[in-house]
Design a protein around this ligand. Structure first.
Ligand code: AR6
Length: 170
């Protein structure tokens, strides 16, 4: 295995990795939660760069520079809103992780940090989201020759417990 999954409890905007992933909305024009924190830390240039992207579909991902962040890039992805689980939510969440990693490969990045996409305002059940996130990242990286080190950023205790339990099991 060419990668090690790291867990980090805290604020994603402090991480010095090649790319941090933003849990954005389809406009890519900012919002609350982790999106708001990333835009505040990166500075107004990030919003200008996002405007040029003309939005992003759910499950897809787009890249900008990191501007004032310690991270070189921000990969913006749009998680699904949880509507009970029968609207392709699981598949779309998986695609957020896969498409973000695909962009990391394309840009030859060697480290990436993910927030717990969709588990805040978008209401995705945390335990299910954690399983999907870990499985998607492992599945992608197991098939990938390029060496990319992934970090899951856990902002709350519940997610920290979920991720550390799931990673111990596997
Ligand atoms: N660092 C790491 N994780 C964080 C941070 C931070 N600074 N702040 C919050 N989280 P959310 P969503 C965690 O709501 O559910 C925005 O308004 C948070 O605890 O940020 O995908 C967008 O513009 C949770 O575990 O994103 C969209 O409109 C996780 O990040 C919408 O929210 C995701 O919570 C997207 O909703």
């Amino acid at each position: 295995m060419a990668y090690t999954i790291t867990l980090f409890r805290g604020d994603i905007t402090t991480l010095k990795v090649d790319a941090i992933v933003n849990a954005a909305n389809r406009t890519l024009l900012g919002g609350g939660g982790v999106d708001g924190a990333i835009h505040r830390a990166a500075g107004p240039e990030l919003l200008e760069a996002c405007r040029l992207l003309k939005g992003c579909e759910t499950g897809e991902a787009k890249l900008t520079p990191g501007f004032r962040l310690a991270a070189s890039y921000v990969i913006h992805t749009v998680g699904p809103v949880w509507h009970g689980g029968k609207n392709r939510e699981k598949e779309l969440l998986e695609q957020c992780y896969m498409n973000s990693l695909e962009l990391a490969v394309k840009h030859r990045l060697s480290s990436i940090a993910f927030p717990n996409i969709s588990t805040g305002v978008y209401g995705f059940p945390k335990a299910l989201a954690a399983e999907i996130a870990i499985a998607a990242v492992k599945d992608f990286l197991d098939r990938q020759k390029a060496k990319i080190q992934p970090t899951f950023v856990l902002f709350d205790k519940e997610n920290e417990t979920l991720y550390s339990t799931l990673l111990k099991k596997k």
